[in-house]
Write a new protein. Structure first.
Length: 171
DNA sequence: CCAGGGATCCCCT
DNA sequence: GGGGATCCCTGGC
């Protein structure tokens, strides 16, 4: 299977919304590991979410993959997710993990190793094509309560595969 | 040891 | 646009 990342969120040092905030634990250990590896966690008792660790070992920062555009293996994704429209296959962090079968076993996976079960590649041609359809948009993150004002969500405006705007929590 | 919270999704209105 | 599902992790006792 293959998919193009179209929406992400960053979680950084000194960010109360970051799982690494408050120190290393069994759950967030991968975040403290070397860069280029996956941090996969379980949420709301139902879903898995996948991140790419981006800073040196010991610096707990990561990028949450929030939405992807399916490219190869759509039939397989449809089997794992029963939805009316393909658009709903991977337009959310939990959805895409179900569609791509990402779970605890991939926590810590080397995202830079093409022999890994989960890896990320850079495709300049595709990037150019995608950006020609719409700009990258920067907004606040979705579904969090702490540090909700930080502009750390990024998505391709021209993509129909981006997740819906989240509910804004009152305070 | 155990109660409570959470970077979501889906179904209901 | 509101609420429940459902389990792992954390912190408090």
């Amino acid at each position: 299977m293959a998919a193009v990342i179209v929406e992400t969120e960053a979680y950084i040092v000194d960010d109360p919304a970051c799982h690494g905030y408050g120190g290393e634990s069994a759950r967030n250990r991968s975040m403290y590991g070397p860069p280029g590896h996956a941090y996969v966690y379980f949420i709301y008792g139902v879903y898995w979410c996948a991140n790419a660790v981006c800073r040196p070992k010991g610096v707990a920062e990561a990028v949450l993959i929030r939405a992807v555009e399916p490219v190869v293996g759509i039939d397989l994704m449809r089997k794992r997710r029963t939805v009316a429209h393909d658009k709903q296959l991977t337009n959310g962090p939990g959805k895409l993990c179900t569609a791509l079968e990402i779970n605890r076993t991939l926590d810590g996976a080397d995202l830079c190793d093409t022999n890994s079960s989960l890896w990320i590649a850079h495709n300049p041609e595709h990037k150019k094509l995608l950006l020609s359809k719409g700009p990258m948009i920067t907004t606040t993150r979705i579904g969090i309560t702490r540090a909700a004002h930080l502009p750390l969500r990024f998505y391709l405006k021209g993509s129909p595969w981006v997740s819906k705007q989240g509910k804004m929590k009152k305070h």
